[in-house]
Design a protein around this ligand. Structure first.
Ligand code: EPU
Length: 419
């Protein structure tokens, strides 16, 4: 079993280049199959398990895919199948974007139920509601989501009952080729939604309003492949900001969009940590022990749930009491038990976690119970006294590119071992 072995207690310092956004990339790769002709080169692509998995899935649908350094070339013209039924589809969450993309392309799709992190109930009723409003008949049979139309999709008005990133993107994908206009109300506004819309528009789609809560998609009859560069990863950037603060270091992040990080910057400032914004860089530094704060996760532009877990580690060693309200995923506090194994003090009641800040943590073996829990454990290992072993790295590798190399370059003592 692979583990990350971390000797804690070293202040991080230096520069780190942030990779392309996982949650944009995992939608842009399925979106690329919508091109009727041409080849897309997708650049600034993170080299992580989720994009590697999509590479296989898209290739198995019939596309020609070439992996380059930090990029992928996709020629989707050979895709003739609307079936994504192989086991690898189950390995990740974002494979559900194949339903929207295949429905748009062929008017029909069969996709195995997606997997991903176990962070709470993860229904897809809002995705299905959108596809049905556009005229698809959707059923779930033996773990396969089947969506069929008689004569293609028709534009429709869809009001999302919950603000859902996945449903917003999936409905947007399906609507690109529907007959007429689709209006998505109460849409999610995350930066990756704008990024996917920009990519689709660059291929000839007609999407307006991405980044607001009303998105209008006029269906088009043809889309042509285009080259595209994925935006920087807001969550990876936030993870390094938090790690810099937790080790009381001085780290400059390169290749970031500071605007996307405002909610994190605001919270770090509130804790007494210094953050300086450049045009496409951010410097985070402190010498002091941070102050505890209260935090509530919310859809963008609120504080992202995906950083709640790394932030828990920082709050666990901050001064005084902190309260976290996790409003998106009810099962996203498993990392608190792992932090407690390292000496953190706190309790969880439903959607609320209360942490009483301790001076420091002490190293032991802890588990990455999901992707961002893994990031929380790595940060905990970086600050802890002694040696920390982080297990179950499959989760971490799904979403963080070369995590140990990036931390090593900042002065951490962290390496991957086989045990
Ligand atoms: N929801 C429904 N019905 C739906 C869809 C969602 O009730 O049909 C609920 C969910 O249960 C949840 C809330 O709506 O309470 C938000 O879910 P959303 O659909 O926005 O989440 P997602 O699309 O499944 C993406 C990211 C997650 C991230 C969430 C929220 C991808 C592949 N995943 O998931 O990222 O936590 O948005 O921002 O984009 C991660 O990267 O670690 C990760 C888990």
């Amino acid at each position: 079993m692979e583990k990350l072995l971390i000797e804690g207690g070293k202040k991080l310092s230096g520069k780190v280049k942030i990779s392309g956004a996982k949650n944009a990339a995992v939608a842009i790769l399925p979106a690329a199959i919508l091109a009727d002709h041409g080849v897309c080169t997708i650049d600034n692509l993170p080299d992580i398990e989720d994009t590697n998995c999509l590479e296989h899935i898209i290739r198995n649908l019939g596309a020609t895919v070439e992996k380059l350094d930090g990029a992928m070339k996709i020629d989707p013209t050979g895709i003739t199948s609307h079936l994504a039924l192989r086991d690898e589809v189950k390995r990740m969450r974002a494979s559900y974007y194949l339903i929207g993309a295949l429905l748009a392309k062929f008017g029909k799709a069969e996709v195995v139920f997606p997997g991903g992190c176990n962070i709470g109930v993860r229904p897809i009723d809002q995705h299905i509601k959108g596809f049905e409003a556009m005229g698809a008949k959707v059923s779930i049979e033996h773990g396969v989501i089947k969506a069929y139309t008689e004569n293609g999709l028709k534009g429709a008005n869809v009001y999302l009952d919950v603000v859902s990133v996945g449903a917003t993107i999936n409905i947007m994908l399906a609507a690109t080729r529907a007959e007429g206009t689709t209006i998505i109300e109460n849409a999610a506004k995350e930066p990756h939604i704008v990024d996917v819309a920009n990519f689709l528009n660059s291929m000839g789609a007609n999407i307006k309003g991405a980044g607001t809560d009303v998105i209008k998609v006029k269906g088009v009859t043809e889309m042509v492949a285009n080259d595209y560069s994925v935006i920087p990863d807001q969550i990876e950037a936030g993870t390094f900001m938090i790690a810099a603060a937790a080790t009381r270091g001085d780290v400059t992040l390169l290749n970031v969009i500071p605007k996307h990080l405002e909610s994190i910057t605001a919270k770090l400032l509130e804790m007494g940590i210094s953050v300086e914004e450049g045009e496409d860089s951010l410097r985070v530094y402190t010498n002091e022990r941070p102050k505890g704060i209260n935090l509530k996760t919310l859809p963008y532009p609120g504080f992202p749930t995906d950083l709640q877990q790394p932030m828990s580690t920082l709050l666990a060693i901050s001064e005084g009491r902190s309260m976290i309200n996790e409003s998106i995923w009810e099962g996203r506090f498993k990392h608190i038990d792992e932090l407690k194994k390292m000496g953190a003090s706190g309790k969880v009641e439903g959607k609320i976690a209360i942490l009483e800040g301790v001076e420091t943590l002490s190293g032991t073996e802890v588990e990455a119970t999901d992707l961002r829990a893994g990031a929380a454990m790595v940060i905990a290992g970086l600050v802890a006294k002694g040696t920390t072993r982080v297990t179950n790295l499959v989760h971490v590798d799904r979403g963080y590119e070369k995590i140990e190399d990036k931390f090593t370059a900042l002065g951490a003592s962290i390496r991957r071992i086989e045990e």
